[in-house]
Ligand binder design. Structure first.
Ligand code: FAD
Length: 521
């Protein structure tokens, strides 16, 4: 993945691409992988960094969605459970099984959730992750030693998947590149071009690093702009009715000790009727999420005070320890690309399923769904796009396509396990330059070698790319990430041949951004 080389090839290209994909989140990258692996010529452009949008800000669950089961949406759950199984099969270095316990404080909860979760097991069929079971009080406490014991009757255990969203995205980017797609970050589509009949036949792309614009001609343009896909549609149709009703969700990240024992907690009904999770992730505890309708999808959405208070209060109901703002290591916010059902209404009634929308000019938008179903969404999008562009039919191959980094025993690589087979190459970097083994911060397990790797191999261009998405420092501990910025900037400058002024500017803008991940305690 070399940005300079890929950008150069994109600029030189005169022949139309089979597909140009706008948006480098889970869905767009899935489309690039799918299209390229079928043998179509694909270019993907992302306006910021890969995963800067919602795809680095999820709850980190690869799941069927227990909640949709309760709503009776069996086919949606079955499809997601199948995708959950395929993702673990194709990216075992990044997708792992996780045990969840629903703690029971009322007599009816064990039979009620026990039956519901058996149904969840059943729907997974051969893609099952483990059998759910009703637990006694002691068994529940053995799994969740930090949970409130007062009134605890027992629990129900079930299994789902967990992953590192931004790492999976970067590995999908590498997969897309290996399959022959060109992918360019910091390259917004600023306009859509049309042929004499008014059909979309390409996009204008700006390289944010040089300011240069170029045209990418296309047989079909796939809009995978996520919660901002309506803005892309408006490039082709300024008056287009919005497809998306954005809604934001926040997560609070705490020390790992808040959830000792390695088992996650699932709260099926918070006081506002939502599901909430507390999950162990990279040695920390992630708690979320909320669902707050917003007017538009901000690039860097910020948490509302009420959302922070709500999560603290809910966590406080289930954990023995008092949970306060001072315990929060980081708060991160994502915007859901919820597809509007009919005309307006509350977001709770909106579809979580995915939608393919084709504008009169032939611009194809794929949106909705969730991370877990990105592959299926991409398959549907490419099927439709190929038909629209009259491309020769080629079968989808991603059901059994290993994701870059595929490794069955990645745990053996310790802190480098998320890199899968690439961990060996990072170890080689350290062997060649032993000083790169130095940790970047005592609170987190990241080393200088990972910054160098991110720049050389994973197209990281800024301090934010390295600390937010190639490593997850900003999401795990915002203060530590701020303290890592100087060193990260100096390593980036060395690798990219940038001067001191660039380094200073990078550190300043990262600090300003990271301030939004602190709760102000
Ligand atoms: C709080 C929260 C928790 C969630 N938890 C889970 C979970 O645990 N499990 C799960 O399966 N799903 C989860 N989801 C859902 C999942 O994260 C999203 O469905 C998924 O990430 C959406 O991916 P996307 O590619 O459509 O959007 P995005 O990731 O937002 O990608 C769209 C990209 O398009 C780019 N773009 C926009 N306009 C342009 C342009 N003009 N030119 C170039 N690029 C452009 C944006 O910069 C962005 O990077 C969660 C969502 C939220 C909000």
């Amino acid at each position: 993945m070399n940005r300079h080389e890929m950008l150069g090839r994109a600029i030189e290209r005169r022949e139309p691409w089979d597909m140009v994909v706008v948006g480098g989140g889970a869905v767009g990258m899935g489309v690039a992988v799918d299209a390229a692996s079928r043998g179509y010529d694909a270019l993907l452009v992302e306006q910021y960094d890969f995963g800067k949008g919602t795809s680095s800000r999820s709850t980190k669950l690869v799941h069927g969605g227990v909640r949709y089961l309760e709503q009776g949406n069996v086919s949606l759950v079955m499809e997601a459970l199948k995708e959950r199984g395929l993702l673990r099969q194709n990216a075992p270095h990044l997708v792992t099984d996780l045990a969840f316990v629903v703690p029971n404080y009322e007599w009816w909860e064990a039979p009620f959730y026990g039956v519901g979760l058996k149904m969840y097991d059943l729907l997974a069929g051969r893609y099952g992750f483990g059998r759910s079971e009703v637990l006694s009080k002691d068994e529940t406490l053995a799994r969740l030693p930090t949970i409130k014991t007062e009134g605890l009757r027992g629990g129900v255990i079930y299994y789902d998947g967990q992953f590192d969203d931004a790492r999976l995205l970067i590995n999908l980017a590498a997969t897309a590149a290996e399959q022959g797609a060109l992918i360019v970050n910091y390259a917004p589509a600023t306009a859509v071009t049309k042929d004499g009949d008014g059909f979309v036949d390409g996009v204008i792309v700006r390289d944010l690093e040089s300011g240069r614009e170029f045209r990418a001609p296309a047989r079909v343009v796939v809009n995978a702009g996520g919660p901002r896909c309506d803005a892309v549609r408006r490039l082709a149709h300024p008056g287009a009715e919005p497809l998306i009703a954005p809604s934001q969700g926040i997560h609070l990240v705490f020390d790992g000790s808040f959830l000792a024992g390695g088992t996650a907690i699932m709260v099926p009904h918070t006081t506002d009727g939502r599901v909430m999770f507390a999950i162990p992730w990279h040695g920390h505890t992630v708690v979320g999420t909320t669902d707050t309708p917003v007017a538009e999808a901000a690039v860097e959405p910020l948490p509302l005070d009420g959302e922070i208070e709500f999560i603290l209060e809910t966590a406080g109901r289930y954990l023995q320890r008092t949970v306060t703002r001072a315990d929060v290591r980081s708060v991160f916010v994502g915007t859901r690309p919820l597809v509007r059902a009919g005309s307006g209404g509350s977001t709770a009634a909106l579809s979580r399923d995915h939608t393919i929308h084709i504008d009169p000019s032939g611009l194809l938008t794929i949106t909705g769904g969730k991370w877990t179903t990105y592959r299926r969404m991409a398959e549907d999008a490419v099927d439709h796009a190929a038909t629209l562009a009259r491309l020769p039919e080629k079968p989808c191959v991603t059901r059994n396509l290993n994701v870059h980094g595929f490794h069955r025993q990645a745990d053996n690589f310790g802190p480098l396990s998320v890199y899968g087979s690439d961990a060996l190459l990072i170890q080689d970097l350290v062997r060649a330059e032993p000083s790169l083994a130095r940790p970047l911060h005592p609170a987190l397990s990241y080393s200088a070698a990972e910054v160098v790797w991110a720049v050389r191999v994973e197209m990281a261009r800024t301090v934010e790319d390295v600390l937010a998405r190639r490593t997850r420092a900003l999401f795990l501990d915002a203060r530590a990430a701020i303290e890592m910025a100087d060193e990260a900037a100096s390593l980036l400058a060395r690798e990219l041949g940038r001067d001191k002024a660039w380094q200073r500017q990078q550190v300043e803008s990262f600090r300003a951004l990271a301030a939004g991940y602190l709760t102000g305690a």
